[in-house]
Design a protein around this ligand. Structure first.
Ligand code: GZL
Length: 326
């Protein structure tokens, strides 16, 4: 029985001692009114149910906090995010926050924000940078642990089998922190037993269409698939369409473990089509606004703020469905 935390109960665990990092508070920003904080936010896109819920949480929390939000949707293109951040710098906002679509390629624009004295808060996904003090804090999930939790399900499910277990993997957007880290965590756990083999692994870009197309290709070249590991629910739901079109039963002929925990995935789990969901909580708007206010005020913030999340099995789906907020 998986112990699960419901989203509403998920607490924010401050995982690092509160240490100031970066310029703290920044000098930039004229503010929306005399004391209204102006926040420039660059969002990855609208590719998944998770992302939609994340955007809604951020907009609602900004409204609740009286923060003037300048919001930009990058349609999953890094150049659009870089343009948006440069625009926020030109507008001299008080704080910039963003969820980087991929890990690399941010050094120049982050240095421009630092030069402008505008503090930056990372949310959801991380960046790879050799620079110091280019962002104040990172608020988001531990994607490696999410991957480990998915791997633990597979190891447990096939504990009594001495046959080979063939796994196909639907990866998230190439180069993105969740795709890199979820792959790493999963491989770490299944790598402990060589009966588990990933026979195919491909980018489905976190979308339902991507999951459907790639799973169709997997099924066309493999007739011995035991498990699908999908880096997010939208790709898993797309893959289910392809599995059923191939005359197979998702959740039975092919076991499915997925990440995010959107309502539709819980519904599929209740129908027996998905076997395990690893939660990735998008409802981080309130914590983000709290950090934005602290950063703007020049207060100390932790370098890393993690969100606690749960793992849910089929036996919990019915009961948990009404609690799902996204
Ligand atoms: C995870 C987030 C991922 C989700 C996907 O924090 O970045 O991006 O898992 C979304 O659904 O597209």
């Amino acid at each position: 029985m998986n112990k699960a935390l419901s989203t509403t109960a998920a607490a924010v665990a401050l995982t690092a001692a509160a240490t100031a990092c970066g310029s703290g508070g920044g000098q930039g920003g004229q503010g929306g009114g005399d004391d209204t904080i102006v926040l420039g936010f660059s969002q990855v896109g609208a590719e998944s149910g998770w992302r939609t819920a994340n955007t809604e949480s951020i907009k609602a929390a900004a409204d609740e906090a009286g923060i003037e939000l300048k919001f930009s949707d990058a349609q999953q293109q890094q150049e659009n995010q870089i343009q948006a951040i440069r625009s926020f710098i030109q507008q001299d906002v008080d704080v910039i926050a963003f969820s980087p679509v991929v890990e690399s390629g941010w050094d120049t624009v982050l240095a421009e924000a630092r030069t402008a004295g505008i503090p930056v808060v990372l949310t959801d996904r991380a960046v790879e940078t050799g620079q110091e003090d280019v962002y104040e804090t990172f608020l988001g999930s531990d994607f490696v642990e999410e991957g480990r939790n998915a791997g633990r399900y597979v190891v447990e499910e096939f504990a009594d089998s001495d046959e080979d277990v063939n796994i196909v993997e639907l990866q998230g957007t190439t180069g993105s922190a969740p795709a890199i880290d979820r792959k790493e965590g999963f491989a770490e756990i299944i790598g402990e037993d060589d009966k588990f083999e990933i026979i195919a692994s491909q980018d489905g870009d976190f979308t339902r269409a991507g999951g459907q197309e790639v799973m169709q290709a997997f099924l066309g070249s493999h007739d011995d698939i035991d498990v699908l590991y999908a880096h997010n629910d939208d790709m898993a739901l797309g893959a289910i369409e392809s599995i059923e079109a191939a005359g197979l039963k998702p959740g039975e002929d092919i076991k499915i473990v997925s990440v995010d925990g959107i309502k539709a995935a819980f519904q599929a789990m209740a129908e027996g089509k998905i076997n395990q969901v690893v939660e990735c909580n998008p409802l981080i708007g309130p914590q983000l606004m709290d950090l934005v206010e602290k950063v703007h005020a020049g207060e100390e913030v932790p370098e890393r703020v993690e969100v606690e999340e749960g793992v849910f099995g089929q036996d919990q789906a019915e009961e948990e469905l009404p609690n799902r907020q996204y």
